[in-house]
Design a protein. Sequence first.
Length: 297
Amino acid sequence: MCENSKLYKFANCRILRDHKIILEDLWVRNGVFVNPEKLFFDEKKPADVIIDCKNRVIAPGFIEIQINGGFGYDFSFETKTEEGLAIVSKKLLEHGITAFCPTVVTSPEQIYHKVLPKLKFRQGGKHGATILGAHVEGPFINKEKKGAHPPTCILSFEKGIEQLEKTYGSLDSVRIVTLAPELGNSAEVIQSLKQRNIVVSLGHSIADLSQSEEAVFHGANVVTHLFNAMLPFHHRDPGLVGLLASDKLCDTHPIYFGLIPDGIHTHPAAMRIAYRIHPDGIRFLKLHILSSSKCVC
């Protein structure tokens, strides 16, 4: 019998169903969940393998789409990139993260050229989480909201999408780009990235709500670390934060957002507000396990 065709029964496990954690067995075959009722009545087949979970929780793996490094490694440095990926990938898997986007912050052009080719898609397994491709956070951001990004490396879209190709060297390994939508030629860039199936996230920006909505209409659909590195919420113009309640986007232009839920970058009350306003939009929480290294330009 093929190993993959075996019927597995995960017994004594807790699973999430209807917003509750319940005690229930889980049946799997060929990597797919199987309905135990059909097994009993139609196949009358017992499990080939029974795994006692001893009351542990079985849950879907987390996907981390913005992690700048960790465990002593920084993805924005050209040295020990492969070693860092191997360590971070393995450590993340230990914490329930099954896939991630290694993130490179605003850096000199030569860093992108050397690092990004090493961050291409790689299937994970027991030795580590899947690498989905790179998230490049910058350098096409607003200097007024640079945060820890080095200002001397920040660029604009002078030549549109060609500027990105020149800066990054190639877009082959890139899966997410964080940019400031108020920059000139941003509409063209966002549309070009979307055509290449690259996710556009908005952040490190002073965009008003109108500029933010326009970016979403052109293909952007994520906000990078909501509340941080953007204009604070204002009742006359809520800026990027206002996307969560925009009546112009509706269901045709879904918007998602990330948060840094450490209680420092984002107050718990602010997180609750974001969740209550747009609960379907929260899709990732940025891990705060970054290396202490800084980019030097």
